[in-house]
Design a protein. Structure first.
Length: 227
């Protein structure tokens, strides 16, 4: 398989605090068994059905027909400024890969959501969730259908959507880098764009969630801590 060749950039990215090439086997095929301290949402959102499969040194993530939420594959981490990089493959126009960065101890936002990098076949969206759509007062107002004009404008200002084409069935390499209040995304060595917002500067990024509403294949995941 022709995987993306990664260059050692530890000098720029800081300290490597996590790596997974998924070169291992599961003991059974009925439940998620990712290993390496990964957890998944399948017990709560898919009635325990398997939604993550390790095969041929890859992590295949796919939503079960009985699931009520996107698949969430989670890894603990610890940085303020840092970088997440991985190889990934989308096979269908509807496939979406979301890198969700969270701090479950942050009580001002729903479910600790801080940042999203949402990769579709035609766009990349960078989102400050902490001060935008998942700020609890915004969640409450949206649920009660009484968001003010000012709140709607603020939420809109907390995301940036950039046109970008992903080749279906081809391995791609994504780098999501956080430095202070700036989020930068690079795909296959090309800077797709950056976004500056105060929520991005949250002091503790302690959880990576890979969110998949349909199907994605992942390999060679690295997490770096700069500070």
């Amino acid at each position: 398989m022709d995987k993306t060749q990664n260059i050692d950039t530890s000098t720029d990215y800081g300290k490597l605090i996590f790596f997974d090439d998924f070169e291992r086997n599961e003991s059974q095929e009925l439940k998620d068994e990712v290993g390496n301290n990964w957890t998944t949402s399948s017990d709560k959102t898919a009635k325990g059905h398997k939604e993550v499969d390790l095969k041929d040194g890859l992590m295949h993530i796919y939503i079960h027909k009985e699931a009520n939420h996107a698949v969430s594959v989670r890894q603990k981490m610890n940085f303020k400024d840092g970088t997440i990089e991985m190889d990934f493959k989308l096979n269908h126009l509807e496939d979406i890969l979301v890198l969700n960065i969270a701090d479950p101890t942050c009580k001002s936002v729903h479910a600790g959501h801080l940042i999203n990098v949402k990769i579709k076949t035609g766009s990349v969206e960078l989102q400050d969730l902490k001060t935008g759509v998942f700020l609890l007062e915004h969640v409450k107002a949206r649920k009660e259908k009484n968001l003010t004009k000012e709140q709607k404008l603020l939420i809109k200002s907390k995301s940036k959507k950039i046109s970008n084409t992903i080749e279906l069935g081809k391995w791609m390499h994504v780098v999501a880098q956080i430095q202070e209040e700036k989020l930068t995304v690079i795909i296959n060595g090309k800077e797709i764009g950056s976004f500056v917002s105060n929520g991005i500067g949250h002091h503790a990024k302690s959880l990576l969630r890979i969110l998949v509403p349909r199907k994605v294949t992942v390999d060679n995941l690295k997490i770096w801590r700069k500070k």
